[in-house]
Design a protein around this ligand. Structure first.
Ligand SMILES: NC(=O)c1ccc[n+]([C@@H]2O[C@H](COP(=O)([O-])OP(=O)(O)OC[C@H]3O[C@@H](n4cnc5c(N)ncnc54)[C@H](OP(=O)(O)O)[C@@H]3O)[C@@H](O)[C@H]2O)c1
Length: 168
C-alpha cells in the first residue's frame, strides 16, 4: 500500500494564503508544464482529503477527481453537498483505521490531501511518499538548473521539486 502526499508550498513554507486562497498556485508561469501531477493522479486509486481541502475543491470550476474514489474526512459535516454523494464518501476514522479499511477494500495507492490531514497521517507514520513542489514568490525567479533528471528537480519557471520515499 502506498500512501502519498503531492503538495505545493511557497518557499517560506505556506500551502495556502490565510484565507485559504491558492491563487499563487493556480496561475503558474509555464502553462505547458504540469509538474508531474497528471502522472501522479493517474497512479492513485483513492483520495483521502480533509474537509478544508474538500471545501477548497468545491470552489473549482469542475470536479477534478472523476473516476477516483474520494474520501472526505470530517467530524462536523453531516452530509456532502447535493450532487457530491456519487462523487465522494464522508468518513471520520483515525488515519490508521482508514488506511486499514481501504486496504481491506483493495485500494493500493492513496493520495492524502489537506494540511491537517497530511499532518495527522505523517504523525501516524503512514505516509510512504511525499512530493513537495516549492514555489518561488514570483515568476521572475529562475532556477539555476533546469535540466536535472534526478531530484531535486528544478524547472525553468523556478519551481523546485523533491521526492522523498521510504524504502520498500
Ligand atoms: N498548496 C497545496 O498544494 C494545497 C493542497 C491541498 C490543500 N491546500 C490548502 O489547504 C487548506 C486546507 O487545509 P486545512 O488546514 O483545512 O486541513 P484539511 O486537512 O484539509 O481539513 C482539516 C479538517 O479535516 C477533517 N479531518 C481531518 N482528519 C480527520 C479524521 N481523521 N477524521 C475526521 N475528520 C478529519 C476535520 O474536519 P472537521 O473540522 O469537519 O471535523 C479537520 O478540521 C486549504 O486552504 C487548501 O487550499 C493546499
Amino acid at each position: 500500500m502506498k500512501v502519498s502526499v503531492f503538495i505545493a508550498a511557497s518557499l517560506d513554507g505556506y500551502i495556502a494564503r490565510s484565507d485559504g486562497g491558492l491563487d499563487w498556485l493556480e496561475d503558474p508561469p509555464d502553462l505547458e508544464e504540469d509538474y508531474g501531477y497528471k502522472a501522479f493522479i493517474r497512479s492513485v486509486d483513492t483520495l483521502a482529503m480533509g474537509r478544508g481541502a474538500f471545501e477548497k475543491v468545491l470552489t473549482f470550476p469542475e470536479w477534478p477527481y472523476e473516476g477516483k474514489r474520494v474520501i472526505v474526512l470530517s467530524r462536523t459535516l453531516r452530509q456532502l453537498p447535493p450532487g457530491f454523494k456519487e462523487r465522494a464518501e464522508l468518513r471520520r476514522e483515525l488515519p490508521a483505521q482508514l488506511v486499514e479499511h481501504l486496504r481491506c477494500q483493495g485500494c493500493t495507492r492513496i493520495y492524502v490531501d489537506g494540511c491537517l490531514t497530511i499532518e495527522a497521517f505523517l504523525n501516524a507514520g503512514l505516509i510512504t511518499a511525499l512530493t513537495l513542489t516549492r514555489i518561488p514568490p514570483s515568476a521572475g525567479w529562475a532556477a539555476t538548473c533546469a535540466c536535472c533528471t534526478r531530484t531535486p528537480r528544478a524547472y525553468f519557471s523556478g519551481f523546485v521539486q523533491s521526492t522523498y520515499t521510504l524504502p520498500a
